[in-house]
Structures are given as structure tokens and as C-alpha cells.
Design a protein. Sequence first.
Length: 239
Amino acid sequence: MTTKDPQAPRLAGLAGLMADETRAACLLALLDGRAWTAGELARHAGVAASTLSEHLGKLVAGGLLSEERQGRHRYVRLADARVAQLVEDLAAYAGAGPGDVVGRPRGLRAVSAGSAMARGRTCYDHLAGRLGIAVTDALALRGLLRVDTGFALTDAGVEWFGAAGIALRRSGRRPLARACLDWTERRPHLAGVAGAALCEHALDAGWCVRIGSERAVKVTAVGERALHELLGIEEGALR
């Protein structure tokens, strides 16, 4: 007699929540770490507001999204970093880069957006794309980040963050450093508390700015100088 694994229904339910193109589009958009209104997500997914509302209800009920209301607006965001990691890992496993659809011609606008996302973007609350990989490689090269047996900040790495004025706010069970597979570079970039702190600082200090309506970010002249001084990344390498 075969005993049914109690995890099977839960796994099937979770997979079912993501097995819809509209819901998948919403989850990918929310990887920018910000809260979106239902209307914004409806326009992004190309569906009617009433249709999108039904999809959001399922994602909230399934624990993948959290929501809050301000006046007549309904805001949603990914429930937590674990959900973001799951979505990003599945996107990487799916094999296509941002905006890529196998067999479908792509216009200049889509190609430009995809190129910007591949160059630099946020992955929930940390840096990804060539920018994220460049920062990760530079930290490892300088002995600030161990990458041989999983990601881990060294003592020198913790000191580097402090000297750079980047606060490492540790809370809960979130790891200080974690490897996150980059879906365009096919290599891991820095996530976890350290990755989030570095991304937050980069945006607050004007090292990077968000561009367009996607998750793409661009390194500014200030950022180029800072990354060169702090990590030795060549100015212009991320343009």
C-alpha cells in the first residue's frame, strides 16, 4: 500500500498558483521589491482590472503576495524574500532571459528593455545582471566574499561593509550572504542581508538609478567612481 506524501497536495497547489501566464507576469514584475497597485499590474499584464483582481486574490490566499489598502487603492508586493528567491530561481531554471519568448519576433523596444535588464537590474532587493555579477566577482577577488563552499562574508568583508557605511541589519533567519542564480548571466550573484544592504545603499547614494518601468537600473557617474574606488571595477565597464 502506497502512503501519499502529505507535501504533495501543497506542492501541487503552489505549482498551480504559478501555472498561469498572468500570475507569472505579476510575480516577475514584483521582483523589483516595490508595492504595485492592482491597476498598474493589470496594465503590465495586459488584462482587465477585474481579471487581475481575481488572480491577485489567489496569490494572496496562497501566501505568495501580501496586500494593503490605502484609500481606494489596493497595493500588493511579494510576501517575503523566500518568495522572491523561489520566483527568481524558477525564472532562471525556465531558461529565458528578461523579455525573451522563444519563437516570437522581438521589436526594438523589447530588445532595448531586455538589454537594459541584462546590464543591471534589481532582483527583489539585491543587484543582478552584469552589475550584480561584477560586484560579486570584485568582492570575491578581494577576499571579502567566499564563494567556494556557498556564499559567506569573510571578517574582512564585514569590515568592508562597515567602512563603506553600508549597514548590515541582521534580522530573523535570513542569511548574511546567499548565492542567487542570475537568470541572464547563468552565474550566482550576491543576495541575502549583504546583497540587500548593498543594493539599498547603491540606490540611496545615487550609485544607481532605476530606468523605465521594469526592474532595470543604470550605474551613474557617481556610482562608477564609487565602485572603482571601493571595489576596483573599471569605470565604463557597466555602461
